[in-house]
Design a protein around this ligand. Structure first.
Ligand code: SAM
Length: 288
């Protein structure tokens, strides 16, 4: 099968199958071989690796991954792409395509297919669900070596920023907690068919062996973080007290902030990861 990483071969396949790309699934196919090579290189894939690709589309990047990896598991939501993938990937016997919604896949079970060894995730992500996908990958606790993904440039900025900026939020803190982020490449809209309305960036998130902070209960830390940013305009104490599900009273939140030497009226967006960790540990002690 011809290399799909160019305009001519991609349009030919789309025409052959009369496939119309769907905006609702974020279908913007890569047509630039240099970028494809760069992504696979940055992911440092060897024949020992099992790669999880999210959203193979017509199989463009899957072909590159199949050449480099021992095994590729590609999860695609759009049933209409399956016959195309059967065609474009027919010469590879190391690729498994699953027609499923990645947000509904049991990631731990899927990782089990690799005998518990860390998986590398590589994807040109569907932009409408970038954050939920990244959070699900981290929070599933599947054995993970790295995540090398194309995202909207704005989201790449959110992954790398600290307190006090408008981009700072739950995603920034999750990335800081779980991985080291690095920019691999900036990618203009002209590298895709059809062209997206935004600029894109490839980032590599290399998973830490151990998080940089000590937390008593990781799930609770992220519940606190989400509650703090859900109500950005409110003070942190109010945000926590109003959040259903975490069981923290306003008095407990204020006492914890006081114990940490912070003002009762502080906003969540000013706290560092270390402070969020300390806060969640304090609140847990108060709840028990
Ligand atoms: N990998 C291809 C490429 O680079 O040309 C296609 C990337 S395209 C930006 C995103 C792909 O993700 C599409 O094929 C889309 O159908 C698929 N997708 C969208 N939502 C999905 C979901 N929830 N689960 C799995 N795949 C999804």
């Amino acid at each position: 099968m011809a290399d799909l990483g160019n305009f001519t071969n991609t349009s030919e396949i789309l025409k052959k199958y009369q496939f119309r790309t769907q905006k609702k699934y974020g279908q913007n196919f890569l047509i630039d071989a240099n970028i494809l090579r760069k992504i696979v290189e940055a992911a440092q894939i060897t024949e020992e690796d099992c790669v999880l690709e999210i959203g193979p589309g017509i199989g463009t990047m899957t072909q590159y991954l199949a050449e480099a990896a021992g095994r590729v598991i590609a999860v695609e939501i759009d049933r209409g792409l399956i016959p195309i993938l059967e065609d474009t990937l027919s010469s590879y016997n190391n690729v498994t395509v699953l027609c499923e919604d990645i947000l509904k896949v049991d990631l731990l079970a899927l990782a089990g297919e690799n005998g518990g060894r860390p998986i590398k995730v590589v994807a040109n992500l569907p932009y409408y669900i970038t954050t939920p996908i990244i959070m699900a990958l981290f929070e599933s606790h599947m054995p993970l070596a790295s995540i090398t993904v194309m995202v909207q440039s704005e989201v790449a900025a959110r992954m790398q920023t600290g307190p006090g900026t408008k981009d700072y939020g739950a995603l920034s803190l999750a990335v800081q907690y779980y991985a080291k982020p690095e920019i691999v490449a900036r990618v203009p809209a002209s590298c895709f068919l059809p062209r997206p309305g935004v600029d894109s960036t490839v980032v590599r998130l290399t998973k830490y062996g151990k998080p940089p902070v000590d937390v008593t209960d990781e799930a609770f830390l992220f519940a606190v973080i989400r509650a703090s940013f859900n109500q950005r305009r409110k003070t942190l104490a109010n945000g926590l007290a109003n959040a259903g599900g975490i069981g923290v009273t306003r008095a407990q939140a204020e006492a914890a902030l006081e114990e940490m030497g912070l003002s009762k009226t502080v906003r969540g967006e000013t706290l560092t990861l270390e402070q969020f960790s300390e806060l969640s540990n304090c609140l847990l002690r108060a709840k028990r």
